[in-house]
Design a binder for this molecule. Structure first.
Ligand SMILES: [Zn+2]
Length: 178
């Protein structure tokens, strides 16, 4: 392999890597992404649009829903932490994840009392409890009361609203309530 071929192959590899990661949220370009910072964020949508990918923006700022089984983490068996894709707030530990069979990542309990808030959602003729990130107010999904014990809750999340980190495993605090 001569020098030109090596450089050309290197460029092809780099282009491949860049195109593979283009769909993923890039936290390094998001100055608001700070795990374990509980400072409330009140940014307007124009500011969010600058730092979120179009798909994450649609779900989290326009209350969109990814099509079942198309988002990440539905069948992720790896131990770790799930953070808010917009702001990095710690939302769920893998020790509360379960297979709901719905096609969306599901959890029976948030990580702690500062993880999520809920709000009544009467859109589409349904009475549902919307789940929002407690730090940035980003839409995450909905919570239903047909989950497994001990809480019997099912936090039905959009995978694109989450960012998973397998390097950090935290136990959900036993005193945490809905
Ligand atoms: Zn957030």
């Amino acid at each position: 392999m001569n020098k030109v071929t090596i450089i050309f192959s290197g460029l092809l590899l780099l282009t491949g890597i860049m195109s593979c990661t283009a769909q993923q949220q890039d936290e390094s370009k998001n100055p608001y992404y700070k795990p374990f910072d509980n400072t409330k964020l009140t940014l307007n949508n124009a500011e969010w649009k600058k730092v979120l990918t179009p798909k994450v923006y649609f779900i989290m700022r326009e209350k969109g829903t990814e099509i079942a089984n198309t988002g990440p983490y539905v069948h992720n068996p790896v131990k770790g932490m799930y953070y808010c894709a917009a702001c990095g707030n710690a939302l769920f530990s893998s020790d509360t994840k379960f297979d709901s069979g719905t096609g969306w990542p599901s959890f029976f309990k948030p990580f702690n009392g500062k993880s999520v808030i809920t709000s009544k959602d009467n859109s589409y003729g349904m009475e549902r409890d919307e789940v929002l990130c407690a730090r940035c107010g980003g839409h995450l999904g909905h919570v239903f009361d047909d989950g497994p014990p001990p809480t019997h809750l099912r936090y039905c999340m959009n995978g694109y609203a989450l960012h998973f980190d397998e390097h950090e495993v935290y136990q959900t605090k036993p005193d945490t309530k809905k």
